[in-house]
Design a protein around this ligand. Structure first.
Ligand code: UDP
Ligand code: MG
Length: 321
């Protein structure tokens, strides 16, 4: 009996990747040729690129029926692009990889072998052994972020983990069900559980073009990650309130006793100002924390779509529009 070949979906988020797309396409074609026991589909998610990325993708799709492109109506971010990929992938195995070759497609055969040979694993994820070639400050804050988030959230997030992973269909179905608007995939992968095998590899530099993440963007993304996966900042706000109340109780006691013993010389104007600004600062800080959670709830509640596809060659998407 001839068995149907299993299908592997490769999801590739692209934002202004005109310099790297052809290099990547060439590479994944080579890997697909090696893995000829499987069928492939390549889902390129064009995240509102302003360069000729979409044109290149259209050209590739014309000559290769495995290529599907999904052009967003504007830049929605890599998280939205990955979600679009998961939602439209039809494969038995599904992988996400960057367009810049920092997630080497040449690792796919060994990742696949682990999933095929060991039933116990549902996904194979990758992490960088080192952060060579990365600016010092960026590495420092990245490490700090992983330390903090692993301490204060349920999601188990590996330091140096990349989004590059190969998953079984069942796992991706669960990820699609996690339809939250504020997405932090590294946290979601860790939170849903499943057995994951980790592969380490040496950091690879971008094949061409420039990184799309500024330091500020990464900082905002890490704060998002913490707020999405932990309530500890809220607890921190309550605790600082409780501690300040206890301290102020003792201060009041001290002032009353001093008044009874020494009378009330008019002094302490400077210390009063310090205390007022200190407490005012803490209050605003705690309100800010609450505000962050409220803002997330507000966005969740609106239930806006994660992304809008304006151009695609996927008949299934065109049909439902
Ligand atoms: N990317 C995206 N939307 C964005 C920013 C980035 O789809 O708004 C894609 C980008 O094209 C690349 C991947 O996400 O395929 C990772 O981006 P990049 O290589 O710039 O990040 P870095 O590797 O420097 O962290
Ligand atoms: Mg990159």
């Amino acid at each position: 009996m001839i068995q149907d070949k299993k299908l592997i979906s490769l999801i590739i988020p692209c934002y202004n990747e005109e310099d790297t797309l052809k290099i990547l396409y060439h590479e994944i074609c080579q890997v697909s040729a090696v893995l000829n026991k499987y069928e492939f589909e390549y889902l390129f998610i064009d995240d509102g690129s302003k360069d000729s990325s979409l044109a290149i993708l259209k050209e590739l799709a014309e000559s290769d029926r495995r290529v599907f492109f999904y052009g967003f109506s504007r830049n929605f971010g890599k998280e939205a692009a990955m979600y679009a990929g998961f939602s439209n992938a039809k494969g038995d195995y599904i992988a996400v990889m960057d367009a810049d070759m920092q997630d080497p497609p040449s690792l796919l055969p060994s990742m696949l072998e682990i999933l095929e040979s060991d039933e116990a694993y549902d996904s194979v994820a990758t992490r960088r052994k080192n952060r060579e070639g990365e600016p010092f400050l960026r590495s420092f804050f990245a490490k700090l972020f992983y330390k903090i988030i692993n301490r204060i959230s349920d999601a188990d997030i590996m330091d140096g983990a990349r989004d590059f992973r190969l998953m079984k269909k069942e796992m991706v179905e669960v990820i699609i069900q996690m339809s939250e608007y504020n997405r932090f995939s590294k946290g979601i992968f860790g939170w849903i559980g499943f057995r994951t095998c980790w592969l380490s590899y040496n950091n690879v530099e971008r094949a061409a073009g420039k990184t799309k993440w500024s330091f500020w963007n990464l900082f905002k993304y890490s704060i998002d990650g913490i707020i999405n996966f932990s309530q500890v900042p809220l607890t921190l706000a309550s605790w600082s309130g409780i501690i300040l109340t206890i301290i102020s109780f003792f201060v009041v006691l001290f002032i009353i006793i001093r008044k009874l013993l020494f009378g009330d010389p008019v002094a302490g104007w400077a210390s009063l100002v310090c205390i007022i600004t200190f407490i005012g600062g803490i209050q605003l800080f705690c309100m800010g924390i609450m505000g962050q959670y409220l803002a997330k709830m507000y966005l969740e509640e609106k239930k806006r779509p994660h992304y809008i596809i304006s151009k695609t060659n996927d008949e299934d998407v065109i049909k439902v529009r």
